[in-house]
Design a protein around this ligand. Structure first.
Ligand code: DAH
Length: 360
């Protein structure tokens, strides 16, 4: 009897070891422990034994059943682990491999720099706002403290659109991104901390001016925002954008109808030898306009200037793109010349982030 049991156990152990996959192992399990399995039959046969043998035999059968169950479970996990290993090996992906084939498309430098600017201001807690390219007179001029007879309207070389009816509000292609300040403040209550990158239009065309170009606007309005915040924010931005902490920054008194006081912001540069180098030398280069938002602008959107105040700024994206990446002629930006784009464009995987490096 004991020998029979030992032989059965050895035979089952052999079958279990030989099962090459979970399905085969299941067959072994059914043959041993299923309704008609060999171990099950043994346990069933207990009733046919003389009563005095049943106890001992029962204990032995049950012990066998347990060992077989354990052996099956052990084999099952070994098979599963091996199957997982095989699958991991088969589906292994080397994420460090460059994409194949190397994508040949390029991101336009203006798009790339816009993403760089968004990355920097996002880190400072700004969100991105948008407005339409076709603006009305109120948003582009009136609400920004630029009345009808104001010379700034000529200065801006505005494109006017034909409008229906002589009483209709004039429509324009926005001459700057500043109207997004107005739309942002109309859309909900302060505080505001936004930047608004986008297309702008002026009737102008030479090596440094295009009829369509890009600006980014900034607006911060809160209860206690002051000129110190303006300076800190823009100095931090300039250092982050040009990826150099040693760039000199100068705030030069200026005039804009929508800010008071106003300051143009210059960065240190060197022009000797006919070449422009940023962050060196004793020359200055203007890169943006800024100021404390004029009380009339706040009033135009129904905010009380005694309660709310803040700063705004505007910067030409194309211009800083030319500066940062050494692109000499603005007009080439909009020629849609693939050779130019291959040379000055960026691979799609180079997503700018302040943590991962802006331009690296
Ligand atoms: N809108 C101005 C322009 O197009 C730029 C500008 C200057 C925007 C000062 C501002 C600002 O928000 O405060 O020339």
């Amino acid at each position: 009897m004991d020998q029979d049991l030992a032989a059965l156990e050895a035979a089952l152990a052999q079958d279990i070891a030989n099962a090459a996959d979970p399905a085969a192992l299941d067959g072994v399990r059914v043959a041993a422990l299923g309704k008609k399995g060999r171990v099950t039959e043994l346990v069933k046969s207990l009733g046919t034994l003389p009563p005095e043998e049943r106890r001992e035999a029962g204990a032995a059968f049950n012990a066998l059943k347990e060992r077989v169950t354990e052996a099956l479970a052990a084999r099952r996990s070994a098979l599963e682990a091996a199957a997982l290993d095989a699958r991991l090996a088969a589906e292994r992906i080397d994420v460090t491999l460059p994409a194949r084939p190397e994508p040949s498309g390029r991101i336009h430098p203006v798009s790339q720099v816009t993403e760089e600017i968004v990355a920097i201001f996002s880190d400072m807690g700004f969100s991105v706002a948008e407005g339409p390219d076709v603006e009305d007179d109120f948003h582009n001029f009136g609400a920004l403290n630029i009345p009808p007879e104001h010379p700034a309207r000529q200065m801006l070389d505005t494109f006017y659109l034909a409008t229906a009816g002589k009483d209709a509000q004039p429509l324009v292609l926005r001459t700057h991104t500043s109207p997004v300040q107005i739309r942002t403040m109309q859309a909900g209550p302060p505080p505001y901390r936004i930047i608004a990158p986008g297309r702008t239009y002026r009737c102008d065309y030479d090596a440094t001016h295009a009829p369509m170009f890009h600006q980014v606007e900034g607006l911060v309005i809160d209860r206690h925002t002051h000129m110190g915040h303006l300076k800190g924010c823009l100095i931090d931005f300039i250092h982050a954008f040009f990826e150099r902490e040693d760039i000199k920054v100068r705030f030069r008194p200026s005039f804009f109808p929508f800010t008071e006081p106003s300051a143009e912001v210059d960065i240190g540069c060197d022009r000797s030898g006919g070449e422009l180098r940023i962050g060196e030398g004793d020359d200055w280069l203007e890169i943006l306009g800024s100021g404390m938002v004029h009380p009339n602008v706040l009033r135009a959107v129904g905010l009380d200037p005694e309660e709310w105040q803040g700063f705004a700024f505007g910067m030409g994206i194309d211009r800083v793109t030319m500066l940062k990446y050494g692109i000499p002629d603005l007009r080439t930006f909009f020629d849609a010349d693939l050779r130019w784009l291959q040379h000055y464009g960026f691979p799609a995987q180079d997503v700018p982030s302040t943590a991962g490096g802006l331009s690296r």
